[in-house]
Design a protein around this ligand. Sequence first.
Ligand code: NAD
Ligand code: MG
Length: 389
Amino acid sequence: MLLGATGSIGASTLDVVARHADRYSVQALTAHTSADRLLELCLQYRPRRAVLSGSAPDEALRRRFSDAGCELLFGAQALADVAAAPDCDAVMAAIVGAAGLPATLAAARAGKRLLLANKEALVMAGPLFMRAVRESGAQLLPIDSEHNAVFQCLPHEGISATLRGVRRIVLTASGGPFRTTPVERLHGVTPQQACAHPNWVMGRKISVDSATMMNKGLEVIEARWLFGLDADAIEVVIHPQSIVHSLVEYLDGSMIAQLSNPDMRVPIAHALAFPERMESGARALDLGAVGQLSFQRPDLARFPCLGLAYDALRAGGTAPAVLNAANEVAVEAFLSGRLRFTAIARVIEDALGRVAGGGADQLDGILDADARARRAAAELVHRLLGQAA
Ligand code: NAD
Ligand code: MG
């Protein structure tokens, strides 16, 4: 089943599934508000159930779905119910943001084969989430291209295998659309410029996160939980071509990397077929045509969000949930023209300073920290807007 079917990862997943219709059938599809698009997908992929989480369907809409042989459910609880339903064995978690946590966690608790794109769920609730995976025996497979790359470069006893022999991992980052923009011009950049990623086509939230490098910060935290490594053993390097998706360094000095053209169908097909391999639809990599691969250290003055994410990871407890929630509020404010690009980091730093921390092993505590961080961030956005006027 596919949580977040109408998004960018949703589209790539359905593309891979359609190439292997003999192997996979879709049990359920979900969307937040795009009812018409969801119905189109249901007509094409014929799931038994669909969930519209963001707007209550009227009778006419329900009938259009039932005419397509599909039961239409509504609301956040329905997302968690279908993610845990006994008739589905694999769940693609591709809802964006904290909103994906309850359903992604429900799939982990139900012991599913869980393809994880919704990194925010793991950032917010790492300890709780990994405990659910261990206790239920769920099989967690990373979809984020960097984590999928690391997974491919590890010995294959599975993701919870001991990392004996691993010294550290190196996550690559493209540097986004503003890698070379003069720092003094960053305060004036527009949402459209921030969403124009040089190598990947993605949803708007993750595109802004890539432009601030908060995406890499969230991925460092994601890697900490997925692979059980300390912050010091997770390095970030800028690699503008987005061909090397990440690397694992072993104690003997060897580094193993995974390479492909930047196309999310590669990690999606890898995780769907694991431990086998199958065709993804991605173009094969022509190294002669690529010519050069380059690497450089990230500049934390240009990308303060990356430093804030390391700070939150080291602080532990609910600090990553606060970081994530404040980031969501700030990105939304930037996308709707209420906040300058350069103030995103300021809003997050302020929330991290003002919201008291707690433990991250209970869902209530995490959701409470998330709510307090959202209020603190919204307050500062409001104040900054007043100052700008
Ligand atoms: P997107 O904005 O394109 O799609 C988001 C999906 O989530 C849509 O189907 C939407 O209907 C649904 N959704 C949005 N708000 C919701 C809510 N409140 N409740 C329930 N459903 C909701 O996002 P995307 O780019 O596909 O990213 C999805 C996730 O995958 C994110 O966590 C992102 O960080 C991660 N990811 C994306 C990419 C990529 O290439 N797009 C790469 C790596 C990881
Ligand atoms: Mg990524």
